[in-house]
Design a binder for this molecule. Structure first.
Ligand SMILES: Cc1cc2nc3c(=O)[nH]c(=O)nc-3n(C[C@H](O)[C@H](O)[C@H](O)COP(=O)(O)O)c2cc1C
Length: 408
């Protein structure tokens, strides 16, 4: 039997000033449901209404770009770089609020993890370290002026988020995007005041938070960060604990603990099998055009040359989240393979985290929280096939649940 009563997982709570009806958060998930200006489409509102009606306490949007240069190469990214977007977001926020969920916007700059062919601009990063997955060329190392422009862009985006009625912003410091590139010793090789020591690598985040605080007072500013990034010489769990403490000291309202970088394949979204078919489809590989006898060979070779998913597949960020929880007093959100009611309840009851954040279980079923609460279902039916994560490079978010995309 699950420990729903002892953990209070369905009781109202606060995330750094945001009132939520329970402890389940829809983790930021790129939906590919924005128009070319980056404004939310009707399909996004429909999805958020399903999530809100389905019981999610709060929804964190897919990552929203703060500058065109930091836009994702995946189609349909939300943007928050212009005041012209505020009215469309206001309608979205009001719709979600009517259904009782809080809405937080995740703010991001992709840095080297995008393609200049899509943004029309050279990619930028703390140092000219070529990204193994995205970059056609070395990113340009940011100048002092470039860093200042990025800080301003994050602050201006937070001001717009408050004007649109969002309950808070979440800074994307995880998964190898620009702010994670600053925090990681692998991608940040600078020798000026923005690199070197952990304090220096953190400086850009500190300045963003302090400046948002100056402009917006107590407005909730959350952060999603890596517990480690898996890169050689990159961010380690002991550094992550220090970063969480620095986040708290700088005025951050809550931290969500993830891990990994996009170039590591299935490190962020783990799973038992390489989504071979989806990878071929996403790379415009016409499997059907090949002779029948060759297809199984290609499918067998691909997993051998792509990095395998690390293990375990469940609760994989909990150890670092728990270490961070012991070191800070702001709320800690755990994400990564928390796909059963029992695991969620135990995480809260054991004091390893204050909130449960999930992505793929909500892709599979936006009403999963209501089903957990009604006890009509106690585990997500997500098979961790990860087709959703690969196919997002081509088309809007959906659950594929192991179906072969090129024949679907
Ligand atoms: C399709 C897809 C899109 C994602 N987009 C984002 C994103 O925009 N920002 C982010 O921080 N994480 C993103 N993630 C990662 C998830 O938020 C989450 O950290 C990860 O999937 C592990 O949690 P889960 O086991 O509950 O899926 C995405 C994951 C998936 C599957």
């Amino acid at each position: 039997m699950v420990m729903t009563e002892s953990s209070g997982i369905f009781e109202p709570a606060h995330i750094g000033g945001i009132s939520v009806r329970n402890r389940f958060i829809r983790s930021a998930t790129h939906e590919g449901m924005a128009d070319t200006d980056g404004a939310p489409l009707e399909s996004l509102e429909k999805l958020y209404l399903r999530l809100a009606k389905g019981g999610a306490g709060a929804i964190v949007t897919g990552y929203a770009g703060v500058l065109p240069q930091g836009r994702s190469s995946f189609p349909g990214m939300l943007m928050m770089h212009s005041d012209a977007l505020i009215p469309a977001y206001r309608r979205l926020v009001e719709a979600v609020h009517r259904e009782g969920a809080a809405l937080i916007i995740q703010l991001a700059h992709c840095g080297a993890q995008t393609r200049s062919a899509v943004t029309g601009m050279r990619t930028v990063a703390p140092s000219p370290v070529r990204d193994r997955y995205f970059s056609e060329e070395e990113p340009m190392a940011l100048t002092e002026q470039g860093i200042r422009a990025i800080i301003n862009a994050f602050v201006d985006a937070a001001v717009r988020a408050q004007a649109a009625g969002f309950d808070g912003v979440q800074l994307h410091l995880a998964h190898g995007y620009l702010l994670a590139q600053f925090l990681s010793g692998y991608t940040n090789r600078r020798r000026d005041s923005w690199g070197g020591s952990l304090v220096n690598r953190f400086r850009i985040v500190l300045e963003i938070i302090v400046r948002i605080r100056q402009r917006l007072g107590h407005y909730p500013v959350l952060a999603k960060m890596n517990g480690y990034d898996g890169m050689p010489g990159g961010m380690r769990p002991d550094e992550a604990v220090k970063i969480a403490m620095m986040l708290e000291a700088s005025g951050c309202s809550a931290v969500e603990i993830s891990s990994g970088t996009v170039s590591e394949g299935l490190a962020i979204m783990r799973g038992p099998e390489m989504p071979t078919d989806a990878l071929l489809k996403a790379n415009n590989f016409k499997l059907d055009a090949l002779p029948k006898w060759l297809r199984p060979m290609i499918a067998r070779i691909l997993p051998l040359i792509s990095p395998e998913s690390p293990k375990p597949y469940h609760l994989y960020n909990l150890e670092v989240a728990s270490a961070i929880k012991k070191a800070v007093s702001i709320p800690v959100m755990a994400v990564g393979g928390i796909h059963t009611l029992e695991d969620a309840s135990k995480t809260i009851a054991d004091g390893d985290a204050d909130f449960i954040s999930m992505s793929r279980p909500f892709i599979n079923d936006p009403s999963i929280v209501r089903k957990f609460e009604e006890q009509s279902q106690n585990a997500s039916r997500c098979t961790m096939c990860n087709h959703c994560a690969i196919m997002i490079e081509k088309e809007p978010l959906r659950c594929w649940n192991g179906r072969v995309p090129h024949r679907a």
